[in-house]
Every structure is written in structure tokens, then in C-alpha cells.
Design a protein around this ligand. Structure first.
Ligand code: PGA
Length: 314
């Protein structure tokens, strides 16, 4: 060590894993309340852990102005370090479980909104088979999943449109068909083999920008040079379905959002040329990421159950 370099505070030796976990959650979520919810503790407990950590480090880490939380320079440095430490630590915990012959630990998955229609049915049997693994499923739209991927916040990511500008591994695991919908009593519901250009004058109710469904719809219409008149955009598949059934316009959604008989929901799947668009759901992770034991267990589980998945998820 250089002669005049100040020594780190002696209290640093007393920093605990719990304090670091709490700090990482506050720094990532920028909220004491949400960190407390995530960690299943009270807000005063979070505040106390952060106070003890700041005392040990000997510098402020977090600044709060009104409701806004920001990190100091030391806070930013600690946040960067924490992300690596905690990932390494959870790998270590899982290695220990593996050495003990137990599949145990937490599987963190960030999954796009549309997957709520089948992910619980996939996770149910997985959790039943591996009771020692608990799953934290974060369901957000595609843009938010990509943000989480960029910050390496989860073990695995599920989406229908993986980005082509990131260095990632993508494994298709389930078919995902995009269909065009109308109210059951819409005149187009009785027509067959409708050309896409025949929909040019129709109004559409679509998912919000930032969703994978919306991205695909816009790409398809652009590629086929058909104009798309968006009357309304809604943040959930269920809301789009209700709007379509209510006659507000045509909709485009993944087939997995509909029941086996959509006419029961007041909805018809239109027979449009080039539809359904046949796509896949992908499991995605950054190339080079060392997958945890539980993540690998989940991948193996999906690979060995492909047939079951196709029948149970649709
Ligand atoms: P979304 O994603 O739920 O964000 O629309 C669906 C998809 O990627 O196909």
C-alpha cells in the first residue's frame, strides 16, 4: 500500500451480508418502501441497516431529497461492487446446496406481460418437483425486461422478441402465435382468407409501445406496407380483449391470451392471409453469464417437458 494512502475505516470489517443485500435493494429500487417489501422486512429495519452500513463505511451512501433517493459517489461504487459480490455469493450458496445434493435456492425470472397466461402453469409443476427452489417472477413489458437484462438483475428472461443488438443466448421453448381478433359479430368474422390489405381502413386496439406484441405488429404491417390505424392503446392483454369484444376495433394478441373457445369471450379469430404469425417464446440470458444451479435445473426441466408444455400452455 502507498505510504500516505488513507486506511479504510476499521468499521468496514463489520459490514454484514444482510446490510449489503438491503443496500443493493434500496439502490436498485430507489425506494426504502419497495426494498422493505422485497426483503420482507419493515421500513425501519431497512433504514437501520442502511444507517449501520453508512457508519461502518464512514461516508454517506444514500441521499434523500423529498421522496427522491439518489446515490452518493461512494454509494455508486458500493452498488457496483455489491452486484458482483451478491451474485458470487448466491452462486456459492447454490454450489454448497449442490454439494449437499439438494436443489435449493431462488430462481429469479423476468418475463414479459403476455407470459402471465402460461408461466404459472409451467412454474407450478416445477415448484412441485423442486420444493427447495422458490421462484421470484417479475412480470413487466418487453422494454422493462430488457432493462433488467441490461442490469443483470435476474437469472433468466422470457420474451417473444429477443433483441438482436445484445450479446445473449436465446433458447426457444414454446410456440407463440399472434392472431388478429374482432368482436364475434364483426362482419369480417364471417370472411375467409382476408388479405392484410383488406384491413387497411380498420381501427385497431393494440398493446402499448414498449410491448413485444406491439413491436411485432408494427414490424409486420410495415414489412407488408399496410397502414395501421391505432385507435386505442392499452397496457394489458385483458384490456385489449375487452375492448375488442366491446366493438372498439380489431386487436392483435398472442393466441395464448385467449381461452380454448374465444367465442365464449365474445371474440372471433380472423382468417387473415399470413396469420397466425408463428413465433416462439425464448429463454434468454447474457452470453458468458454463469448460470446458477437452479437456473440450469429450470432449463433442463423445460427441455425434458417440451411436449407437455405445448399441450398444457395453449
Ligand atoms: P409483451 O411481449 O407482453 O411485452 O407484449 C410479448 C412478446 O414479446 O411477444
Amino acid at each position: 500500500m502507498t505510504k500516505n494512502m488513507p486506511l479504510p475505516s476499521a468499521g468496514m470489517r463489520h459490514v454484514t451480508l444482510r446490510q449489503l443485500r438491503t443496500f443493493e435493494a434500496v439502490a436498485r429500487l430507489r425506494s426504502f418502501t419497495r426494498a422493505a417489501q422485497e426483503q420482507h422486512v419493515t421500513q425501519p429495519t431497512v433504514s437501520k441497516q442502511i444507517r449501520l452500513l453508512q457508519e461502518a463505511v464512514g461516508l454517506p451512501l444514500i441521499e434523500q431529497i423529498g421522496k427522491r433517493i439518489s446515490l452518493t459517489e461512494a454509494g455508486e461504487a458500493l452498488y457496483a461492487a455489491c452486484t458482483h459480490w451478491l451474485e458470487g455469493w448466491s452462486r456459492f450458496e447454490q454450489t454448497v446446496s449442490e454439494l449437499k445434493g439438494v436443489k435449493r435456492g431462488r430462481l429469479r425470472i423476468a418475463s414479459v406481460t403476455t407470459t402471465t397466461h402460461f408461466m404459472p402453469r409451467v412454474l407450478g409443476p416445477f415448484c412441485a418437483q423442486y420444493p427447495g427452489i422458490d421462484v421470484a417472477l417479475e412480470v413487466v413489458n418487453r422494454d422493462r425486461v430488457l432493462e433488467r437484462l441490461a442490469h443483470n438483475q435476474d437469472d433468466l428472461y422470457v420474451m417473444g422478441v429477443p433483441p438482436d443488438d445484445l450479446n445473449i443466448v436465446c433458447t426457444p421453448f414454446l410456440e407463440n402465435h399472434l392472431v388478429i381478433l374482432a368482436a364475434s359479430n364483426h362482419p369480417l368474422a364471417r370472411q375467409r382468407n382476408i388479405p392484410l390489405t383488406g384491413l387497411a381502413g380498420q381501427s385497431f386496439v393494440l398493446r402499448e409501445r414498449g410491448s413485444g406484441t406491439r413491436l411485432t405488429v408494427e414490424r409486420v404491417f410495415r414489412e407488408r406496407q399496410v397502414s395501421l390505424d391505432v385507435r386505442m392503446e392499452l397496457g394489458s392483454n385483458e384490456a385489449v380483449k375487452q375492448a375488442v369484444a366491446g366493438g372498439l376495433g380489431l386487436g392483435i394478441l398472442s393466441r395464448s391470451t385467449l381461452s380454448a373457445d374465444p367465442s365464449q369471450e365474445g371474440i372471433a379469430i380472423l382468417d387473415v392471409q399470413g396469420f397466425p404469425i408463428r413465433r416462439h417464446w425464448y429463454l434468454v440470458w447474457p452470453r458468458g453469464k454463469q448460470l446458477s444451479v437452479v437456473a440450469k435445473t429450470f432449463l433442463d426441466f423445460l427441455q425434458t417437458r417440451r411436449d407437455w408444455l405445448e399441450t398444457s400452455a395453449h
